[in-house]
Design a protein around this ligand. Structure first.
Ligand SMILES: [Zn+2]
Ligand SMILES: [Zn+2]
Length: 373
């Protein structure tokens, strides 16, 4: 059984109620180091450490912290006798208060639910993914009704207390059973748990508070973004009904492939084809980069598989400004498959000069034949 600690989470961390997030984080780090059971041999250390962790888990999460500030431990599902109070725990509380769709037997007067999150698929070029870009996107979505500003009430008309539930947002039914009185609580069907209804519904949105509209948005795409990354635009999703909070818009980014460059994280790779003579004598060649073609020098005597690294010419790091990967140019020496008569003569002369005695492939074949027969 879990030992329920009853100390206030702010007291546990030794911070004031309005403490900013970084102060809470600092206090937690300090206490966690001090009370870690591996370090602190005090018999109460494990329990203290657990308590510190629990407090930090709640206070470092904005939603949980808000719930804790409003309702204490009952709000975050810790402590208190099981099943006591209006909420069975965390989930119910949020269903009821933060609009994750009011429902369940324990729902209370609810805020209008939030709008849905939306996804927009955006295609950008390889070059744009490297340098970052700004795009205008256009899409159709449920937006706050401009006529009633999302209230759902016809202008001039007001919202009044729901007559069915008397503004409570819930309907209670009391039954007598063997075990005593049982209270069954359901969401008011008339006001959806919101406690109020509009006198006259807005004509444009029929009381929904939102209408389908085309929207244009500018989206900032950061340099270094990769295929499959998403850019979140908070509150740019679908509007909630009757003034409920809007969902988020997720822009899913798709990056076109480069014809010659391959990307892996912040690194770019290019296979540079070189002829035997270029690799032997050295050459000035052109390589593609994210910024266009660039001339580089290949030293004489460059080996197959050698790598020429262009530092800082890779992909910018998404979260570390100013940090950029490299472009790795890998040498791929190509041996000619077809030789002109003159080329053959020159290569044979080269072989002779190097003291090699080339054996003609035909002769090998003859010898194999001799061996078989
Ligand atoms: Zn309206
Ligand atoms: Zn009602």
């Amino acid at each position: 059984m879990r030992m329920a600690t009853s100390r206030d989470y702010y007291d546990v961390l030794g911070v004031p109620r309005g403490a900013p997030d970084d102060e809470i984080k600092r206090a937690f780090r300090k206490l966690a180091q001090q009370w870690h059971p591996d370090v602190n041999k005090d018999p109460s250390a494990p329990e203290r450490f657990k308590e510190i962790n629990e407090a930090y888990q709640v206070l470092s999460d904005p939603q949980q912290r808000r719930a804790y500030d409003m309702f204490g431990r009952a709000g975050v599902g810790n402590g208190g006798p099981e099943g006591y109070g209006p909420f069975g725990g965390f989930g119910d509380l949020f269903d009821a208060f933060f609009g994750a769709g009011a429902g369940g037997a324990q729902a209370r007067r609810a805020r209008p639910p939030a709008g849905s999150d939306l996804r927009y698929d955006l295609r950008i070029s390889f070059e744009e993914s490297i340098r970052g870009t700004e795009k205008e996107i256009e899409f159709s979505a449920l937006d706050r009704c401009p006529t009633c500003s999302g209230t759902g009430a016809e202008p001039g008309s007001t919202s009044t207390r729901c007559p069915q539930c008397n503004g409570l947002g819930e309907i209670r039914q009391v039954r007598s059973t063997m075990l005593g009185q049982m209270v069954n609580v359901t969401v008011c069907p008339r006001c959806h748990g919101e406690g109020s209804v509009v006198e006259t519904s807005c004509q444009e949105c029929h009381g929904e508070g939102r209408v389908q509209r085309r929207r244009k948005l500018r989206v900032e795409i950061p340099a270094g973004i990769d295929e499959g990354h998403q850019v979140r635009l908070t509150g740019e999703g679908e509007a909630g009904p009757r003034g409920g909070p809007a969902g988020n818009l997720y822009v899913a980014v798709h990056v076109e492939e480069h014809p010659a460059l391959r990307r892996d994280g912040t690194e770019l790779y290019y296979d540079l084809p070189l002829s035997i003579t270029q690799a032997s004598l050295g050459a000035r060649v052109t390589v593609p980069t994210a910024e266009g073609d660039e001339a580089i020098e290949v030293k004489s005597g460059t080996q197959p598989g050698a790598e020429i690294r262009l530092r800082g010419r890779g992909v910018p790091h998404l979260r570390r400004p100013g940090v950029r990967g490299d472009l790795h140019v890998r040498v791929d020496v190509r041996v000619p498959t077809r030789l002109s008569k003159r080329q053959r003569e020159l290569l044979e002369a080269l072989a002779a000069e190097s003291g090699e005695r080339p054996t003609k492939p035909g002769r090998i074949l003859d010898r194999v034949k001799d061996a078989i027969s």
